[in-house]
Design a protein around this ligand. Structure first.
Ligand code: HEC
Ligand code: HEC
Length: 377
């Protein structure tokens, strides 16, 4: 995992007795999960989301422990040392970090809310650790809020050069226009009428939310829909604007990026920016019009999608011919910036421009590896 401090390597948590956690007691496991203290007393970096797991119930932690010890196959593999430079590699400041920054209390249900909402709050704040990516972090790398009482809670953050976007009620870049069903579809299948998971969120869908029960997904949706917008000034409703498609069809390509969009993107995402709905024979092509990821104030995820392409998710992974190709070898930074700016300011989208420098930075920082193929099990 890339962090502002340097690379952190996740550790072996299979029950191998020597290189994993096979020799750990429940108390030791519990201390690592909730307080971030390893068996040998070392402090874990908060890249391990123990401030979220601190909210978990004792029953759930015991169930997890039993699962690891009994059902996970032990793998013998030594942990890789982290790349964090001196003096940040000293772990003692992390004790102070816990004291200053982290709010390590168990989840307490709110009596003024119903059971579904409270279930959703527990899953989002605790085991789902959604805030670990979606909540902005402060100077000490601490999440600026750990529940709905903080106004920056789930308001969007950049993590490892992806933008984990705003999950609050904002009508443009947030979930304000999404219904509970839209959220359930996105978390369960990785796509809905607004778009598809295409960055780190694909792993979250594949390994976590895609395996949750419909009741739990609905509870998460109920909870997320209760969060007010983060930025009231931009809370205007998004309205589709037909002018872009009319201009493009009439061959009016004078706006920067318009010609590039027609050449490189329109065949799949449409002159009208509406993509294509799934039908019996073909999977969905996500819309760019009104797509909350396209409207994200932080364009990092968009730039990465265009530079490096997007693999298909789901049963059609690796088989559909019309997945999104990478464009880094065909287009320079200025052309990519112009196309992204065009898509952020067309069909009713009103998001800020993207600069050539922003594209250049992410070209250098991200890996152009062949699209990885994820499969839902
Ligand atoms: C060959 C078809 C194809 C072309 C050409 C194409 N895309 Fe895509 N694009 C896709 C597919 C398919 C996905 C989503 C994959 C998935 O997750 O199912 C996608 C996803 C995206 C996303 C992420 C949005 C979301 O919600 O998933 C953006 C942004 C995007 N494309 C922009 C562009 C731009 C800009 C261009 C032109 C430079 C372009 N695409 C060209 C097929 C294409
Ligand atoms: C490891 C980091 C990470 C975690 C954990 C995570 N997300 Fe995400 N999420 C992202 C990123 C990055 C994006 C945007 C790009 C993409 O699709 O991957 C995203 C996108 C989303 C979107 C789409 C928003 C939009 O406007 O298009 C939703 C909804 C979402 N996440 C919900 C959740 C929920 C609910 C949880 C907890 C159960 C969660 N995420 C946990 C990284 C994460």
């Amino acid at each position: 995992m890339g962090t502002p401090l340097g690379a952190i390597y996740t550790s072996n948590i299979t029950p191998d007795r020597e290189t994993g956690i096979g020799a750990w007691s429940f108390e030791e496991f519990d201390r690592a999960m909730r307080l971030g203290v390893s068996r040998d007393g070392r402090r874990l970096y908060p890249a391990m989301p123990y401030p979220s797991y601190a909210k978990m119930s004792e029953d759930d932690l015991r169930a997890l422990y039993d699962f690891y010890m009994k059902d996970v196959k032990p793998v013998r593999q030594r942990n890789t040392p982290n790349d964090i430079p001196f003096p940040l590699n000293a772990r003692w400041p992390l004790a102070a970090w816990n004291w200053m920054a982290a709010d390590l209390a168990r989840f307490v249900p709110r009596p003024d809310r119903d059971t579904i909402w409270n279930r959703g709050a527990y899953l989002v704040q605790g085991p789902g650790h959604c805030g670990a990516c979606h909540t902005p972090r402060g100077l000490l790398f601490q999440e600026k809020a750990s529940d709905e009482t903080g106004s920056s809670w789930l308001s969007g953050a950049n993590i490892d050069n992806w933008s984990a976007s705003n999950l609050r009620g904002d009508a443009d870049a947030g979930l304000g226009r999404w219904t509970e069903d839209d959220i359930v579809a996105f978390l369960g299948k990785g796509q809905n009428r607004f778009g598809a998971a295409f960055g780190t969120m694909r792993e979250v869908v594949e390994y976590s939310t895609g395996r949750m029960s419909p009741d739990d997904l609905l509870a998460i949706a109920r909870y997320l829909k209760s969060l007010p917008p983060a930025r009231s000034a931009t809370g205007l409703a998004w309205v589709y604007d037909t002018r872009t498609a009319t201009d493009l069809r009439a061959g009016k390509l004078d706006r920067p990026g318009a010609a590039g969009y027609m050449r490189q993107c329109a065949s799949c995402h449409g002159v009208d920016g509406k993509g294509r709905e799934a039908d019996m024979s073909r999977p969905q092509l996500p819309p760019l019009a009104g797509n909350s990821a396209v409207l994200d104030p932080d364009p990092a995820s968009l730039i990465r999608a265009v530079l490096n392409g997007v693999p298909r998710l789901g049963p059609e992974a690796g088989t559909a011919p019309d997945w999104m190709p990478q464009f880094r070898t065909w287009m320079n930074d200025a052309d990519i910036a112009a196309i992204i700016t065009f898509m952020r300011t067309s069909w009713g989208n009103r998001a800020g421009p993207v600069t050539t420098e922003q594209v250049a930075k992410l070209r250098a920082a991200t890996d152009p590896q062949a699209p990885l193929v994820l499969r839902m099990r």
